[in-house]
Ligand binder design. Structure first.
Ligand code: HEM
Ligand code: HEM
Length: 223
């Protein structure tokens, strides 16, 4: 056995620096599940539990069963049904806010090379200062910029969602409630846009020159 063999073995046993820390991976998949859950509640309330058609449906069904209910009565029931789904939306909301706080704390405590801010700055430096392999550097910077925008959208959704949840507490700001609701509503479409671009991007990257990025997001990958 050569004299460098034990040293090589020691190096092999050093903990590997991963591309994504286990905490980031946990956040990523939990966040994806919770956002999907939240979106499903919105989908349910805007389709099968949409108040007006549900009220008409209930009225017709009761009439068939021999009970004549007024539109007001069936609308009240339809409203109660969608409200119970909004309650679930708020539970997903709390989970989302908790995960967001976890993500922000994680950013602070992560190893320097794993910090998002550091990766973003590096991407900017490669593109604007080092100016080598510009195509690649521009792509890297664009991907990171999209993530940065997504984090801002997520913060907006959490803040507006909390405002709507605790509207009694924010009663003095009642006048801006409709605007807050519109922002919350519109932000959903931007988040949907991010998800579509993200999934397409990951799919293309996996097929082209970044094979294995999805498994990196599962097993951590190598730095
Ligand atoms: C609601 C769904 C999803 C959201 C909101 C989301 C969000 C994100 C965010 C914010 C990042 C950047 C993490 C960081 O570096 O700070 C990221 C990275 C990543 N996501 Fe997702 N994700 C979603 C679903 C998925 C799915 C379904 C896949 C796999 C099929 C996936 C694969 C990846 C991969 C591979 C990366 C790392 C890519 C890179 O280094 O640029 N994501 N995701
Ligand atoms: C990805 C995250 C989220 C999405 C896509 C989303 C989407 C939506 C949409 C589309 C509405 C309907 C707005 C309207 O009727 O005009 C809504 C309502 C609401 N959301 Fe969210 N939301 C998210 C996160 C949150 C969070 C984090 C909270 C709070 C913790 C929250 C609390 C609420 C509340 C209280 C309502 C009002 C429900 C009602 O009309 O009774 N949402 N959300």
């Amino acid at each position: 056995m050569s004299t460098i063999e034990p040293v090589r073995k020691d190096i092999e046993h050093l903990p590997q620096i991963k591309k994504y820390s286990s905490s980031l991976r946990l956040w990523h998949w939990a966040n994806a599940i919770v956002i999907s859950g939240s979106l499903i509640t919105v989908l349910i309330n805007s389709t099968i539990l949409d108040d007006r058609p549900t009220a008409a449906f209930l009225k017709a069904q009761f009439a068939e069963a021999g009970a004549q209910l007024t539109s007001h009565q069936t609308t009240t029931v339809a409203h109660a049904l969608s409200d119970s789904v909004w309650d679930i939306h708020v539970y997903f909301g709390y989970a989302l806010v908790t995960l967001l706080v976890f993500r922000l704390i994680l950013e602070y405590f992560q190893m320097t090379d794993q910090k998002f801010i550091r990766k973003f700055k590096n991407a900017y430096r490669h593109y604007a200062i080092i100016k080598k392999q510009r195509e690649l550097a521009r792509h890297e910077l664009a991907v990171k910029a999209i993530y940065a925008i997504f984090y801002l959208l997520l913060i907006t959704q959490a803040v507006t969602g909390l405002f709507l949840t605790f509207e009694d507490f924010f009663a003095p700001y009642k006048a801006i409630r409709p605007s807050i609701k519109s922002v919350h509503n519109f932000d959903m479409y931007l988040i949907l846009g991010f998800i579509a671009v993200h999934l397409a991007g990951v799919f293309l990257a996996e097929r082209k020159d970044s094979k294995g990025i999805v498994s990196d997001m599962i097993n951590g990958g190598r730095e």
